[in-house]
Write a protein that binds this ligand. Structure first.
Ligand code: PLP
Length: 507
């Protein structure tokens, strides 16, 4: 797509023109939130508190002072309220956005919430296109704000026709009066942080800051903050945080296997957004899901900061980078979003344990907990080829009187699940049709255990706390396949544990 930066073709001129932030029209608001009455909720965006961290730095043996920039306290719950509002004001001033306009935007959710918030106050229709990975909590917030939602496959590369970016661009062409503000290529994205976030950090610390650390998604935050910091506080080290699976930290060493799916939402990309200026970033730290999510839980539990998963990534990165700072120096870490987005995800112990981000705990000493799952415990289900039609899959489902089928590829590996419930949702709620490819009806993210890894009944039980079925596969290293064994549901599990329900200590 022409308005995305090609990794191999970033010209200095492009970056120079895009990041001519000093010359763009500025909106620097009074650096004080304590107004008696605000004209509307959009006026409450920004001026977020900077809070000194008291416990985690001590636990980690950090010598410098660490401060959290609490972006999760914005009215929409994230740092992205700032850019959404700024892009809307700018488009209104330019006459691009006017009564009757329809805002269409691809986002990982938070920019969508910011835009939907602005659209609700200003009276625009708003359509948000976001990948399936993003939490249902974000979707419900968007729906409550009156936005229309379109979900796209998480695994689609940014330039695939089914990706959220490509779908949004197509819709913007098809829908009358549609306006795509395009956070990836809109200078108001870094500008909102150059004028707002960075000014506030500098004001809070009297222009005396040694390190700022933040995650990079569109990278508008880090690029905008970085530009202002380099002007006013040139000795300050700007640290970018990028999850493994994203290419932002190391685009020149790009390898196909570097692009992977990860759990933390909002940071990392498989392309370089126009709103990224790598020249103002001094250092990158790569992060993993488990340490990021664990750190986010510590920020909540040990510091009382009700933030999201990417805040954990930023904090984990900040701890690594701040080890080089001395007593009396100051490190600011930006916490982008709110706990609300993740109530059924990393906040839940069951979710953390079911995904092996946290050790499985047999807290009631159940006898059956550590027993391995064996083939005879598993309910067999029929498999259909990924080449079958939805009609064939439905017929197979009816024939076996079961609720689901596994979908297998040409090598016989399980690639998805076809369920009656998901088929009904697609036909009833998503304007689906049986003439579509089976792929549209296939659930690709599902809980599974591999008999080759000797999963326990405890693990299956933990998974069943948050999903109605667990797919059981058996991998074969010699053929590199994962064949379908069947499924485990609560009924199957109960059948296997009712003879052993007595507690070890109580029998
Ligand atoms: C949760 C979360 N963290 C971090 C970011 C990164 O912000 P930026 O897009 O400015 O790089 C985002 C952006 O969407 C986000 O949603």
């Amino acid at each position: 797509m022409s308005n995305h930066v090609d990794v191999n073709n970033i010209t200095e001129n492009f970056v120079k023109n895009f990041f001519n932030l000093k010359e763009l029209p500025h909106i620097v608001r009074p650096l004080d939130r304590n107004q008696k009455i605000h004209s509307d909720i959009l006026n409450v965006i920004g001026n977020t508190p900077l809070v000194k961290l008291s416990n985690i730095p001590k636990q980690e043996g950090i010598k410098c002072d660490m401060y959290a920039k609490c972006e999760f306290l914005n009215p929409g719950g994230s740092v992205k309220d700032r850019i959404a509002y700024r892009m809307v004001i700018d488009a209104e001033e330019k006459g691009i956005l006017k009564p009757g306009s329809v805002i269409v935007e691809p986002t990982s959710g938070n920019t969508g919430i910011g835009l939907a918030l602005a659209a609700a106050v200003r009276g625009y229709r708003c359509i948000i296109v976001l990948p399936e990975k993003m939490s249902d909590e974000k979707v419900n917030t968007l729906t409550a704000l009156g936005a229309e939602i379109i979900r796209t496959p998480t695994e689609a590369a940014w330039n695939d026709p089914t990706s959220n970016i490509m779908v949004a661009h197509r819709l913007a062409k098809e829908i009358p009066n549609a306006v795509l503000l395009d956070q990836y290529n809109n200078p108001c994205n870094p500008l909102a942080h150059y004028d707002g976030t960075a000014e506030e950090i500098l004001w809070s610390l009297d222009d005396d800051v040694d390190m700022v650390v933040m995650g990079a998604g569109t990278s508008g935050t880090i690029s905008g903050v970085g530009h202002k910091i380099k002007e006013r506080c040139p000795q300050c080290v700007v640290v970018g945080v990028d999850p493994y699976g994203s290419i932002l930290a190391q685009p020149e060493e790009l390898n196909e296997s570097d692009v992977q799916i990860y759990e933390v939402e909002g940071i990392g990309y498989d392309f370089l957004p126009g709103s990224l200026d790598r020249s103002v970033i001094d250092k990158w730290v790569k992060t993993e899901d488990h340490s990021s999510l664990e750190m986010a839980r510590r920020l909540i539990k040990d510091e009382g900061l009700l933030c999201g998963g990417s805040s954990g990534s930023a904090m984990w990165g900040a701890i690594q980078a701040a080890r080089s700072l001395k007593e009396g120096q100051k490190c600011v870490v930006l916490l982008p979003d709110n706990i609300r987005n993740y109530m059924t995800k990393f906040i839940s112990d069951q979710w953390m344990e079911a995904r092996s981000f946290q050790p499985l705990v047999n807290k009631d000493n159940l006898k059956w907990w550590n027993k391995p799952v064996t083939q005879d415990m598993v309910q067999t289900v029929k498999s259909v080829s990924h080449d079958s039609s939805p009609t064939e899959a439905l017929a197979a489902l009816q024939e076996t009187q079961s609720q689901l089928l596994t979908v297998v590829n040409d090598k016989g590996s399980v690639v998805g699940v076809f369920t009656a419930d998901n088929a009904r949702r697609r036909l009833a709620n998503l304007s689906g049709s049986l003439s579509e490819a089976l792929e549209k009806f296939t659930i690709k993210k599902f809980y599974k255990v591999d008999l080759a890894h000797k999963p326990t009944l405890g693990l299956v039980s933990r998974m069943l706390d948050i999903t109605p079925y667990v797919v059981v596969v058996k991998s074969d290293a010699s053929t590199n396949t994962q064949s379908s064994v069947g499924v485990m549901t609560s009924e199957n599990l109960l059948k296997n544990i009712t003879t052993e329900t007595k507690h070890m200590n109580g029998s």
